[in-house]
Ligand binder design. Sequence first.
Ligand SMILES: [Zn+2]
Length: 63
Amino acid sequence: MKTQHKERNFNDPVCGMEVSRMSAIDELVYQGKTNYFCAGTCRQAFEKEPEKYLRHHRQHGIK
Ligand SMILES: [Zn+2]
């Protein structure tokens, strides 16, 4: 029986792109949670207004 090590994927909270720990360009720990980003610019945007992006992510589909 083979045990495959599955890479866990995350979503870039800024642009919503799927990133893995391997493919993430940048990361930032916010409130004890590590967020992964596809680009340094996404991390910078998140750093400016983390609440905005976290709220957007949680209330998916609500504007
Ligand atoms: Zn991004």
